[in-house]
Design a protein around this ligand. Structure first.
Ligand SMILES: O=C(O)CCC(=O)C(=O)O
Length: 284
């Protein structure tokens, strides 16, 4: 699906967009599904417990269908090969006129994946993500992606779990606003620096960030993470694979999600400390 020049651009810049994915019917099904989910939660996803932002494909069949969408997987396959796992998927929702934002960061920082340059995020817009609505802003890696020093600052109103930010000088050049229409998606590399501003629009900005990795990836930490095989073969066998949900909010699937989420949290906490140690050693 991607042309050779698109793949070359991704390798150089670390991002690509926009790509149409969902039909009008599929988009409506996703937005209806999100409304049912939030009705069940009794609160918008972004105002509920953090666990509900994560790995919705474990207990919601329509999210499972979304992370397996052929148009998205075809593009991802062109970047990371035919054997594909979903490492996690995260809701990134900003209410209309809300202060939610993301500081400059790189997704690789607290994931603990090896190799650390294979993970790609497909960010799927379920409503328009314009600059006014706080779409992602990305910075070109200019052909030299590298892991930068972050701190889990717990920044107020951060859309990212650890409220993390890059804490070394960021040279802001070669940036782009990844504006997306509802139903389309962008791709960004795990070492791509990105951020997003508050939503100043009159509508809710809804996105799902789907983290794809090649099945040969492993983890550097001690936690055996869960993953969902979405295409090809489980060539590495380093993750505990999770099946499709039995049904929407099925008790067995919800129980499985607790395990998936707690492993995710444990790994994230371990990796946060590992990142701090790695950069303290470099400084010292
Ligand atoms: O949705 C946003 O504004 C930020 C998303 C993000 O940080 C990501 O997809 O990695």
């Amino acid at each position: 699906m991607l042309t050779a020049s698109q793949v070359a651009r991704y390798r150089h810049d670390g991002y690509l967009f926009p790509f149409p994915a969902l039909s009008a019917t599929e988009l409506a099904q996703c937005n209806d599904g999100l409304a049912r989910f939030e009705h069940w939660l009794g609160t918008p996803v972004n105002q509920g417990d953090f666990r509900w932002r994560s790995a919705g494909y474990v207990f919601l069949p329509w999210v499972d269908a979304l992370v397996r969408h052929p148009r998205i997987l075809d593009a991802v396959e062109d970047l990371i090969g035919p054997d594909i796992l979903v490492y996690t998927a995260t809701w990134f929702i900003k209410e209309a006129h809300s202060p939610a934002f993301a500081a400059w960061h790189q997704d690789a920082t607290y994931f603990g994946l090896m190799p650390n340059d294979q993970h790609v995020t497909a960010w799927v817009a379920l409503t328009d993500a314009s600059a006014e609505a706080g779409c992602m802003e990305v910075m070109s890696s200019k052909g030299h992606p590298r892991q930068m020093h972050h701190a889990a600052l717990r920044l107020a109103n951060s859309i990212n779990g650890a409220g993390q930010a890059i804490v070394e000088p960021v040279e802001e050049s070669g940036t782009a606003m990844m504006q997306l229409q509802a139903g389309s998606f962008s791709l960004h590399h795990t070492l791509c620096q990105h951020r997003s501003a508050p939503n100043r629009a009159d509508h809710r900005r809804v996105g799902l960030g789907i983290s794809y990795i090649p099945a040969h990836c492993r983890l550097t930490g001690t936690v055996r993470m869960c993953a969902r095989l979405v295409r090809g073969e489980n060539t590495g066998g380093h993750f505990e694979l999770k099946p499709a949900p039995e049904g929407e909010l099925h008790p067995a699937a919800l129980e499985r999600h607790e395990r998936v989420y707690s492993r995710y949290r444990d790994n994230y906490a371990e990796q946060t400390m590992a990142h701090d140690r790695q950069f303290a050693a470099l400084a010292g």
